[in-house]
Design a protein around this ligand. Structure first.
Ligand SMILES: [Cu+2]
Length: 116
């Protein structure tokens, strides 16, 4: 009996973790660009739900974020942050990359999976 309040609060904390607490909007994902890499290179979102991608360029040179399948093309100057919002309608796995010359070949690629 004594353990119940503890368990209950633990459950509440766990239930709170994913999105419910409102610190971060659902489906908002931050992708940091650093040292010629996307630090988050595997992203999963849900079809039909609005998604906001927040791109943070931490390098001292420009990067780009290109997601051809959704016609998203962002240019980020050194140390710049940009956001893009869209609603993915088709499920599948799509590739994003940095369109700056040579960056994709150097490893600036990732994938976004849209779950049905
Ligand atoms: Cu780049």
């Amino acid at each position: 009996m004594k353990k119940r309040p503890f368990l209950l609060s633990l459950l509440l904390i766990l239930a709170c973790l994913p999105t419910a607490c409102g610190h971060t909007a659902p489906n908002e994902t931050t992708i940091k660009m650093e040292a010629m890499r996307f630090q988050q290179d595997e992203i999963a979102v849900t079809a039909g739900q609005p998604v906001t991608l927040r791109l943070v360029n931490r390098d001292d040179y420009a990067h780009a974020f290109d997601l051809d399948d959704f016609d998203i093309h962002l240019q980020l100057a050194a140390k710049e942050t940009a956001e893009v919002s869209f609603i993915p309608t088709q499920s599948g796995t799509f590739t994003f990359y940095c369109g700056s010359p040579g960056h994709e070949a150097a490893g600036m690629v990732g994938s976004i999976t849209v779950l049905p």
